[in-house]
Write a new protein. Structure first.
Length: 214
């Protein structure tokens, strides 16, 4: 999971560049749609004259628009995972949906905190929703295993599990709303899962298949 596509808005250009630099510093390869220094074709709507006279069909007939689409799709196909950096518009959300449909990991990331009153039910498609850069990096750094492949792990104390393992166990066991749960809520859900499988006695020093791998 070392190739990352950042989907966001041009209004966030500075934040996109900052995030790209941060991810590269910890070892990821990153596509930054605002940066042409690495040979990428960079497109901005301000380059079009008469935009107000175009509709969705006529706009896509422009050579430059087609080139921009092909460039973005090329990098989407290249990536292992997409980070949807909020706030973002229609284009970035379509990119995120395309990536998820292709089987790529999807992280929805809002640095600092998510504003109240802004949400969407379809964010449930995301593999991780977080305001924590550290949690995002830990999630993206985990190797991905074949779908449905269980992992044998030493449970230890559930409270000591990495939050990404807790979320993964909930995801594999189809726990609704796991991506927005607090750590304590995730711990309780995983404890319930393991109890239902007969996998917990005293909560320590036990192994069980809970599907907490990537």
């Amino acid at each position: 999971m070392n190739k990352i596509y950042i989907a966001s808005s041009w209004k966030n250009a500075e934040q996109v560049q900052t995030l790209a630099a941060q991810l590269r510093e910890v070892g990821f390869q990153v596509d930054d749609f605002t940066d042409d220094s690495r040979g990428r074709f960079v497109f901005h709507y301000s380059e079009f004259a008469g935009l107000e006279e175009l509709d969705a069909i006529s706009f896509l007939q422009h050579d430059q628009a087609r080139r921009a689409f092909n460039e973005d799709k090329k990098w989407l196909d290249w990536a292992d995972a997409v980070v949807l950096l909020l706030p973002a518009g229609r284009s970035a959300h379509l990119e995120a949906g395309y990536a998820k449909g292709c089987g790529k990991r999807l992280v929805i990331y809002q640095p600092g905190r998510f504003p109240t009153g802004e949400f969407d039910v379809m964010y449930g498609f995301a593999d991780l929703i977080t305001a924590s850069f550290a949690d995002m990096v830990a999630f993206l750094a985990e190797p991905r295993k074949p779908e449905g492949s269980p992992v044998i792990i030493d449970m230890g104390k559930l409270e000591d599990w990495p939050i990404t393992h807790l979320r993964r166990a909930c995801q594999k066991n189809k726990v609704k709303g796991y991506s927005t749960m607090s750590r304590s809520e995730l711990v309780q859900e995983v404890r319930n899962i393991l109890n239902s499988k007969g996998g917990v006695s005293n909560g320590t020093d036990h192994q069980d298949e809970v599907g907490s791998g990537a």
